[in-house]
Design a protein around this ligand. Sequence first.
Ligand code: FE
Ligand code: CA
Length: 519
Amino acid sequence: MADPITLSRRSLLQASGVTAAALALGVHSPGPASANEPTLASDPFTLGVASGAPRTDGMVLWTRLAPDPLAVDGHGGAPLANITVSWQVASDEEFADVVASGNALAQPGLAHAVHPRVTGLTAATVYFYRFTAGQWQSPTGRFRTLPVPGAGDDAFSFALASCQAWYHGHFTAYKHMLAEPDLDLVVFVGDYIYEYAITAGTGGNLWREGVEVGPEHGHETETLRDYRLRYSLFKSDPHLQAIHARVPMINVWDDHEVENNYVGGGSAYGLSDEVFAHRIAVAYRAFYENLPLDLVAKPDGPQADITSGFDVGSLARFSLLDTRQFRDPRPEDIDDPAFDDPERTMLGAQQEAWVGERLAQSSTTWNLLVNGVTVAAITEDRRDQWDGFPAARQRLLDAMSQASNPVVLTGDIHKNVAIELRRDFASDEDTNVGVELICTSIASDGDGSATSGPIDDWLQHEYVKLYDGRRGYVHVHLTAEEMHSTFVYVDHVEADDRAPRRVLAEFVTSAGDPHLRSV
Ligand code: FE
Ligand code: CA
């Protein structure tokens, strides 16, 4: 028979909707901090705060306790014990009107990250949030809940970002993103960290001037400790912390969150499947620990579900795709007929069916696919991108044609590119179904230049409308009538974070007309 005390506690938790799993995973806590918790001798909120997984009635809030963020054991200097973190959400920046509050248990097993989901808020409304642990209070974050159809969904703005190799340059792009007068969301399309060894000096890759890193960063990330430390290093950037605090971020991963060019369960560098499964497991776990993700994205060993979606009223539907975990392996030989196998998959059958349904059943004006790698046909030699999955790409384009105004949001290549997506890339005719906006990197590849990279491969196609190899982001403003996309860049990122904001190109896409009109 069950212990009556356990039973009553369980009933209490069930009545409040708190499951034992949520309790154990830094989402909830049974109550306020108890007296025997260790005290925090210095400010544990050095990695900032964040929000994500947006809904009409709330948001996931995130922070991670790290009084000494770059401590080499990856635990951020937090005591190896459970610590209760309290959170508050208010309608005003002074927290005079607190509308929701709670506790979450930060645990060493999840690097003292907490992911409370706030519910019960009003749609299309701005809120402020903050955390408390011991005597310490976090910086204040803000977010706007999503609108419901017909109320506050007349316009929505987001910034598209990817590829933030911290060691290659300053996050100047985030500094300018922060100053955008209208911004509801950041859409991050992969390479939030890089796994490579960071080395200074001639031939090294530490191009961000004015910083030093310890020898613990001098090898490729392999262990949970390594990945945690890598997130801490990248998240130490003040502009990244500031943008996280200002607006929610949604994230899909690409390859470098684990290993360059990996596919499904397989390493691109010959690691055994057994060793690589461990590496995926710790990499996915550190990804969850360091981003404002829903509990559903918490990995189970080497598997995790980062696909999700949400609607911005009747204006836009976002669908987040995982283009790494379920893709088929890459044949060695470029002429291998396996590339043309109709069964060959990028998303896996289940995810493909899921996104197909979301597109077919959507009634929003815009339909955005948050995607890792380039969809458009560029060259047959781009085997890591959708070019290496021609049958799967055709199925995706066919599915996109079922929805109104599909837009693919992509990263990965460290170039600013704007493309009109054709249903039939083999034809010279305009068979456009939608557009693909590819954001350049925040810092990866350093300063770059307008023409760096294989520019001719891209501009040989009439449907590629822009190519530029400098750092920046894309700002996108949606209304029921049009999508206005602004490609923002900076001249340099290596020397300092002072390069001014420059506009490379602006395009308007009218609803119902899948073209990029230069303005
Ligand atoms: Fe990248
Ligand atoms: Ca990539």
